[in-house]
Design a binder for this molecule. Sequence first.
Ligand code: NAD
Length: 263
Amino acid sequence: MARLEGKVALITGATGGIGRAAARLFADEGARLTLVDLDETALRETVQSVGEDRASYAVADVTMPDQTQAYVQAAVDRWGGVDVLLANAGIEGSLSPIPDYPLDVFDRVMAVNVRGVWLGIKYVVPVMRERGGGSIVITSSTAGIGAGPDMSAYTTSKHAVIGLMRTAAMEGAPSGIRVNTVNPAPIETRMMRSIEEMRVATMDDAAITVEQTYRATSARIPLGRYGNPEEVAKMMLFLASDDSSFCTGGVYMVDGGRSAGGR
Ligand code: NAD
């Protein structure tokens, strides 16, 4: 049987690289989906690629409480409840040491990556309780368990959601609500292209190219490459489905060995 047959999943950041891969895989595994993101055209396109009989969408900024309540309600109205929340929307912010890091960018990264996840949990838990349980999967990062220079807001935010996940897992357990994070290393999406370009722009040596930065980052991963969105989506599927029925409060790396000892 398909692993998400009969389940309803909400996915935020659903038109991005990882969110879209998760939407496709979850739909293939039988889920009904409500996809959430900022841009309606991209959402419509994603719904069409997944299948309109399987997916609906809600335009929402995850930092806004009223819009969060509205996207949870949209899933309830369309599909009758929610079993899975994939809290995946995120932004990278900018690259600079803390003394130079723009305050407004710090605030926005924390708002999207932390407050947005917190709001999603806040409004979805009562709906999951009515259903007798559920699974919340949060996209953290290798930046959630380690750090490099220049990405203070992003690194802080991805650490923060691990604390949030652990609290939500403790609160949710009596109601059968499981909560876990997925922690990818660099993945082939728009976000890494943006980070590579910012990295090159901040370097003193004008001869260093985006391609060289990409190769250097790949070389620091023991498996020698970036991951693909589909490889992350497969871990998300495991955690969303009943295959992970005894898993809650956990940090699940999808990182090519990066956290075990990459340079
Ligand atoms: P992406 O930029 O392709 O997708 C992110 C999506 O989030 C976009 O569609 C964007 O519109 C949406 N989003 C941003 N702000 C939002 C808001 N306020 N409200 C609603 N939606 C919003 O990047 P991605 O790589 O697919 O990232 C998905 C998640 O994976 C993020 O949380 C990211 O931090 C995390 N992650 C990515 C990588 C990587 O290397 N790509 C590694 C580790 C973790």
